[in-house]
Design a protein around this ligand. Structure first.
Ligand code: SER
Length: 316
C-alpha cells in the first residue's frame, strides 16, 4: 500500500488528485501538504494534512519521516504567464520545490511525480504531432524550469535510483479549483462565463491551437504513470500525453451548442499569445500509450458536457 504526500495539494490539480488518491489508497494514506490559502471546502476534515512550504526542505522531510511516506506528488508551480511577470519567483518556486522533493526522496527512498508541461517545448520544436524525443528549447522561465525538472529527475533516477516519473501536462480543464496565471486558463474561464450567462473575452487569437485535457484524464495520467511496471518504461521524465487539441473557435462552438446566445469577443493578451505561439499545436503521445497503456477518455464534446453539468451545480 502506498503512503503518499502531496506537496501543493490545494491548487487546481492537487485539490482533485487528493480526493482520487484517497479513494484508491485510503483516506489516511494520503497526506495533503498545504501552504497558500484558499483551502478547498472541508480540507482539514478530509484526511491528514501537513503545513509545508515547499522551499523549506526540512518541512518536507519531517512530513515524509513522520508519516512513513513512500511516494511524493510535487504539484508546486508558478504557471507560465505569471512566471514571465515574476521570473525569479517562477524559477525559485519551480526549481526549489523540485530539488527539495528529489533530495528528500533520495534520503527516504520515495518515488516522485513532478508534472512537466507542453511548456517544456519551444518555438523551434516541431509543432504538429510533436515527438516524445525532440528539440526542447523553451523561451519562458516556466518552460526552462520544466526542462530542467525533466533532466534532473532522470539524473536522480540514473545516479541514485530515485523512482522519479512524470508526464507533460497540456492545459487542464477542471471545475473544482481555478488555475491561475497559465496560458491555457482561457479554456477553463470560457465555461464559467457561459454558465454564468456572461460574454467571454478571449485573450488568444482564433487559430491558436494547444493541447488540452479534462481533469479526470489528467488524474489517470498522474496515477497510472506512478503505478506503471518499471520494466516496461523506456522513458521516465517526461511522457507526452494528449487527449484533445483545439483553438478558441472550436471550444466556443462546442459551448454554443448548449448556450446558443453565448458570445465571445477577442482582446489579445500579447504575453499569453507569444507564449502560446511558442508551444506545440498537438503532441504525439504514442510512447505513453505503448510503455504504460495511456488512454484518455474525454474529447472536447464530452468535456464540454461534463464541465457545464459540474459548473451548473457549483455556480447556479
Ligand atoms: N497550463 C500551463 C500554463 O498555461 C501549461 O502547462 O502555464
Amino acid at each position: 500500500m502506498k503512503k503518499i504526500l502531496i506537496v501543493g495539494s490545494t491548487g487546481q490539480i492537487g485539490s482533485e488528485l487528493s480526493i482520487r488518491l484517497r479513494s484508491i489508497y485510503g483516506r489516511d494514506n494520503v497526506v495533503c501538504g498545504f501552504y497558500t490559502p484558499p483551502y478547498p471546502d472541508g480540507f482539514f476534515d478530509a484526511g491528514p494534512t501537513a503545513e509545508i512550504n515547499a522551499l523549506h526542505i526540512e518541512q518536507i522531510a519531517e512530513a515524509v519521516k513522520k508519516n512513513k511516506i513512500d511516494t511524493i506528488y510535487n504539484l508546486v508551480a508558478i504557471l507560465s504567464a505569471t512566471a514571465e511577470k515574476h521570473p525569479k519567483l517562477g524559477w525559485d518556486v519551480g526549481i526549489g520545490s523540485l530539488m527539495n522533493c528529489l533530495d528528500v526522496a533520495k534520503e527516504y527512498n520515495c518515488a516522485v511525480f513532478t508534472p512537466s508541461s507542453i511548456g517544456a517545448f519551444g518555438p523551434n520544436t516541431p509543432k504538429d504531432q510533436t515527438p516524445q524525443d525532440t528539440v526542447q528549447r523553451p523561451n519562458t522561465v516556466y518552460g526552462i524550469t520544466k526542462v530542467l525538472g525533466e533532466l534532473v529527475s532522470d539524473y536522480y533516477y540514473e545516479r541514485w535510483k530515485v523512482d522519479a516519473r512524470s508526464v507533460r501536462f497540456p492545459g487542464i480543464i477542471s471545475s473544482m479549483t481555478l488555475p491561475g496565471g497559465g496560458t491555457t486558463d482561457y479554456a477553463v474561464d470560457i465555461y464559467y462565463k457561459a454558465v454564468q450567462g456572461e460574454d467571454f473575452i478571449c485573450p488568444l487569437q482564433a487559430g491558436t491551437f494547444m493541447d488540452m485535457m479534462y481533469m479526470p484524464d489528467a488524474l489517470d495520467a498522474a496515477i497510472n504513470i506512478m503505478e506503471a511496471n518499471p520494466d516496461k518504461l523506456v522513458h521516465r521524465n517526461s511522457f507526452n500525453v494528449a487527449s484533445m487539441s483545439f483553438d478558441p473557435e472550436m471550444i466556443y462552438k462546442s459551448i454554443k451548442k448548449q448556450y446558443p446566445d453565448f458570445r465571445m469577443t477577442y482582446a489579445i493578451d500579447p504575453l499569453k499569445q507569444s507564449i502560446a505561439n511558442s508551444w506545440p499545436n498537438c503532441l504525439d503521445d504514442s510512447c505513453a500509450r505503448e510503455e504504460w497503456g495511456w488512454r484518455p477518455n474525454f474529447d472536447l464534446e464530452r468535456t464540454t458536457k461534463d464541465m457545464i453539468e459540474q459548473l451548473k451545480i457549483k455556480l447556479l
